[in-house]
Design a protein around this ligand. Structure first.
Ligand SMILES: C[S@@+](CC[C@H](N)C(=O)[O-])C[C@H]1O[C@@H](n2cnc3c(N)ncnc32)[C@H](O)[C@@H]1O
Length: 324
């Protein structure tokens, strides 16, 4: 059996999504560093928990041998369709459609992994398609669901939630200091006409936060906060990481790329086995099953210049302790 030769030796890490001519692409972040961090054994079993467009998966496959296996997970139907295209060309790939928190049911009970990768957050195709509603730079319906076949859209939530709930989300997940005022403005605006588009929401935000602070668009934090709430992103990390930790063999590696301070902190707290409550405070902790490997890694200047998403990326590596 021969495998497709995926070559990523040439920076900047642009992935050619073979067979996906109609699908937008994603430039994987910290590609070489993350796959190197997995310490891949040729015949090992690996999990890419955030398949996206498979940038990381393809490099993992390059390093896996004939008996190796790669499970790939995503909750986004377009990502899953791209994953099925890859699986059709490579028998080592098994596609899991669902969320981190469902991994306990999705992974075969008799399988433990030799390494797992989480490249958190959203992919470029999700942001770049205006109809997905993730971007404040393009007008579209405010959807923001990674799995846009299930659950409540951001528009539905924004038009139903009360002012206190909206303020809590913006302040807690977006660390938005104008969260209370923006929430009140949203409630006033929707009384005149339901907020259905990203443009409408941006106009509401600009009425409260008029200036660009530190080169950031005033809507940046609000969009991040709503997206995190709609996709239950922190709960997914809080529930999903321990599931994978339990299913790792001794000395298996866990590689996590996170993109903002709340994610960075939550990942390390969860892996230290602190018990985090919903308002992000922690209480007691129990003995960690993983040990940290090396220092956190940031993208180098070349990658940061070539790929905006790489600017905030933080890569960390853990290893499962023997006998845990
Ligand atoms: C940053 S992208 C990954 C990109 C990928 N590494 C690549 O190179 O193409 C994150 C992906 O993870 C998925 N995702 C995020 N949170 C998830 C969750 N809780 N469960 C399953 N998939 C999730 C998103 O839908 C998105 O496709």
């Amino acid at each position: 059996m021969s495998y497709p030769a995926y070559q990523y030796d040439h920076l900047p890490y642009q992935v050619d999504n073979a067979g996906e001519a109609s699908m937008p692409s994603h430039t994987p972040v910290l590609l070489n560093e993350s796959v190197t961090g997995l310490h891949i054994k040729a015949n090992g079993i690996y999990l890419d928990a955030t398949f996206g467009r498979g940038g990381h998966s393809r490099v993992i496959l390059n390093q896996l041998g004939e008996q190796g296996q790669l499970m790939v997970l995503d909750r986004d139907p377009q990502a899953i369709s791209a994953a099925h295209e890859l699986a059709a060309t490579d028998h080592r790939v098994q596609v899991l459609a669902g969320t981190f928190s469902q991994l306990g049911d999705l992974m075969s009970q008799d399988i433990n992994v030799d390494g797992a990768l989480f490249d958190l957050g959203i992919s470029s195709p999700q942001v770049d398609q205006s109809e997905r509603g993730f971007s404040f730079q393009q007008d579209g319906p405010i959807d923001m669901r990674m799995d846009n076949a299930h659950g409540m859209s951001a528009a539905d939530w924004l038009n139903r939630a009360n002012s206190d709930e909206i303020a809590w989300v913006l302040t807690t997940y977006g660390e938005e200091r104008f969260g209370d005022d923006i929430a009140k403005q949203i409630v006033q605006a929707r009384a005149r006409s339901p907020i259905k588009t990203t443009k409408q929401l941006v106009e509401v935000i600009l009425a409260v936060v008029p200036s660009m602070a530190a080169g950031k668009h005033p809507a940046t934090k609000v969009f991040q906060a709503i997206r995190m709430h709609i996709n239950d992103e922190l709960e997914e990390i809080r529930v999903g990481l321990p599931i994978v930790t339990e299913r790792m063999n001794s000395q298996a590696r866990l590689v996590v790329i996170s993109y903002h301070s709340i994610e960075h902190q939550l990942v390390s707290d969860v892996l230290k086995r602190k018990h985090i409550s919903e308002d992000l405070t922690d209480s007691t902790s129990s003995k960690p099953k993983l040990r940290k490997v090396g220092h956190a890694i940031r993208a180098n200047r070349g990658e940061r210049l070539a790929n905006r998403r790489a600017r905030s990326a933080l890569l960390r590596i853990w290893e499962k302790k023997d006998g845990t």
